[in-house]
Ligand binder design. Structure first.
Ligand code: ADP
Length: 608
């Protein structure tokens, strides 16, 4: 039986501190479970609202909630957000001087801290100091780090088993965005959770539109990214690259096109990285070009787009990376560029990894997603989403009888003795005068130049499809040379016909015409000007207080303000995201601006 009074108390704290008026799916049950002392596992996608699942039980109970978190940046982000909402929170970590750590322990012992963040190694190091505190719960954030089955194993996390031994009667909640069953069972076993309540939410994020392209040439890719940044001048974007060099090159190239960008990867000095992160968080840099080192737990609400320049090794990572976009629930875009070079590289990684079989299987699933000619969301999720916001659903690819085209390519592969890879094959088909082609005598083949009517990009597209359809296969153990399969032979001999999908014209790599930005300002949002103005006001406040803009209010909150135009404090506090603390800090300024907008006039920002 749900404890009604517990739920009511939780709702009233939710409104008071966070300014939210209802729980998201799963939150209420998890909060009630933990608040009544039972262990729990919460699996929700990034942006699903995991933080509240441990923060509210900590607010409901006496004492202090301890949150184990793998990254300092993540702890700081969370504590800043809590303090902005009027909740006393702090972090203990080794980058902070010992005096500060001691002061924080003293404050926690005196009951002046509700949530205390700590890294796993610090928790173990200071376990006796923690024993002296009144602890309401332990939350293990990014709990997949404990499992070797997960994609981000951290040895430090395996020591966390001692929590249950040292604090047998304190509830433990494990939180992660990684859904697979193996990882989940491993988390439960390793933490020694007792009969935990497990919640796994839907992974659908219908506000993120999905697209995937075979990677165009570098110039087109860079132009695409720069266009994306221009399309959303007020919002942020993330570019993921496989290598540090890729991240640096991309950053340099888009900077040269006038985009304010920073680079972020594990090869940078910690101070450099912190500076980059800060610039991205406070929006002085619009775009971050990064490797996977970037992003765990980044809670920036106005990331409107994520572009992957290379294919990730598994769907979990991809899902988590694109999940950083659109955390405010407003439309966002995820674009994946993939190539066979990525597949080769990822295969090598998988082959060398400790879990070859598992990782190859995960890679195959990722590849299927990238190459899909059916709904991508369907692949991403285990069921049909109601709203299928994906490129293949919106624009089903146009098809044609590609038998002759395929025969040209297959014949060229056979005549070279199956000795060429994709790029060389394309060059032969297009009649290239490259030295290596002439040297190998390929310029004397009857198939030399038979495909000159198609561009290089078009041939890459069609050969990729022939690989996907199983006419060709790539010999990963023979320098990625192409082989014709028995099915390919039947097509070559004219025993079967084949349908191909038309290569999209180059401009379709362009940023979409109807973009998420347009949708935000679509007819349902009555006052785009006011929304933009409120964003400017927010930026000025953030600059004056030296905090990131999203800590003032999220885009979703400003959008609701511009639509509902509250007239007084009571109406202002009904806007989602306006809690008591933020109302006290900002109501006067924002109400002033909204009132002024009624007469068509925008007030001046008070100077402070
Ligand atoms: P996660 O940790 O699962 O990635 P967060 O806890 O950071 O996600 O939540 C993502 C965003 O959703 C945050 O901006 C948070 O304030 C907001 N949010 C969480 N719960 C609610 C709710 N019940 N109502 C409205 N917004 C919410």
């Amino acid at each position: 039986m749900p404890d009604i009074s517990l739920r009511e108390r939780a709702l009233s704290l939710l409104a008071r501190f966070y300014g939210y008026h209802s729980f998201r799916p799963g939150q209420a049950e998890i909060i009630e479970t933990v608040a009544s002392g039972r262990d729990a596992v919460a699996i929700m996608p990034t942006g699903g609202g995991k933080s509240l699942c441990y923060q509210l039980p900590a607010l409901l109970a006496d004492g202090c909630g301890i949150v184990v978190s793998p990254l300092i940046a993540l702890m700081q982000d969370q504590t800043q957000g809590l303090v902005a909402n009027g909740i006393p929170a702090a972090a203990i970590h080794s980058n902070q001087d010992e005096d500060a750590n001691r002061r924080i322990f003293a404050a926690a012992a005196a009951g002046r801290i509700k949530l205390l963040y700590v890294s796993p190694e610090r928790l173990l190091l200071d376990i006796d100091r923690f024993r002296a505190l009144k602890i309401s719960l332990f939350a293990i954030d990014e709990a997949h780090c404990i499992s070797q089955w997960g994609h981000d194993f951290r040895p430090d996390y395996t020591q966390l088993a001692t929590i249950k031994e040292s604090f047998p009667s304190t509830p433990v909640i494990a939180l992660t965005a990684t859904a697979d069953r193996l990882t989940r069972d491993d988390i439960i076993a390793q933490l020694g959770l007792r009969d935990p309540y497990c919640y796994m939410s839907s992974f659908d994020r219908p506000n993120i539109s999905l697209r995937a392209y075979t990677s165009p040439d570098k110039r087109t890719r860079i132009r695409f990214i720069a266009d994306m940044a221009r399309r959303y001048p007020q919002d942020s974007g993330v570019v993921y690259c496989l290598s540090r060099k890729g991240a640096e090159d991309t950053c340099r190239a888009i900077t040269a096109l006038g985009v304010k960008a920073v680079c972020y990867h594990a090869g940078m000095a910690p101070e450099q990285r912190d500076r980059a992160l800060k610039a991205f968080l406070d929006s002085s840099a619009q775009v971050v070009c990064a490797t996977v080192a970037f992003g765990m737990g980044i809670d920036k609400s106005n990331i409107r787009w994520v572009v992957h320049c290379n294919m990730p090794g598994n769907i979990e990572s991809y899902y988590q990376e694109i999940g950083r976009a659109g955390r405010d629930g407003l439309p966002a875009e995820a674009v994946l560029f993939y190539s066979y070079a990525d597949v080769v590289m990822r295969r090598n990684f998988a082959n060398e990894s400790g879990q070859r079989e598992v990782n190859l299987e995960k890679l195959a699933r990722m590849q299927a997603y990238a190459e899909a000619r059916v709904c991508r969301r369907r692949i991403l999720l285990s069921y049909f989403g109601e709203e299928r916001n994906c490129d293949n659903c919106k624009n089903p690819p146009e098809r044609f009888d590609g038998t002759i085209l395929a025969q040209k390519a297959l014949s060229a592969v056979m005549r070279t003795g199956q000795q060429v890879g994709i790029v060389m094959l394309t060059a032969i088909l297009r009649g290239s005068q490259r030295f290596d082609i002439r040297q190998a005598g390929y310029d004397r083949l009857p198939t030399f130049g038979v495909g000159v009517d198609l561009t290089h990009a078009e041939w890459i597209h069609y050969i990729t499809q022939m690989l996907q359809l199983g006419l060709l296969e790539m010999a990963y153990d023979r320098n990625n040379k192409l082989n014709v399969t028995p099915y390919g032979m039947r097509i070559l001999r004219g025993q079967e016909r084949i349908t191909l999908s038309v290569c999209p014209p180059p401009q379709s790599y362009k940023v979409k015409k109807q973009s998420a930005a347009d949708a935000i300002a679509a007819p349902s949002s009555p006052d785009k000007r006011l929304f933009e103005h409120l964003k400017t006001v927010r930026r000025q406040i953030a600059a004056a207080r030296n905090i990131p803009p999203y800590l003032v209010f999220s885009d979703a909150t400003l959008l609701e303000m511009s639509e509902r135009k509250p007239r007084n404090l009571i109406e202002f506090m009904q806007i989602s995201g306006v809690g008591e603390k933020k109302a006290a800090s900002y109501a006067a300024i924002f109400l002033g601006e909204i009132n002024a907008s009624r007469s068509g006039d925008f007030a001046q920002m008070p100077k402070n």
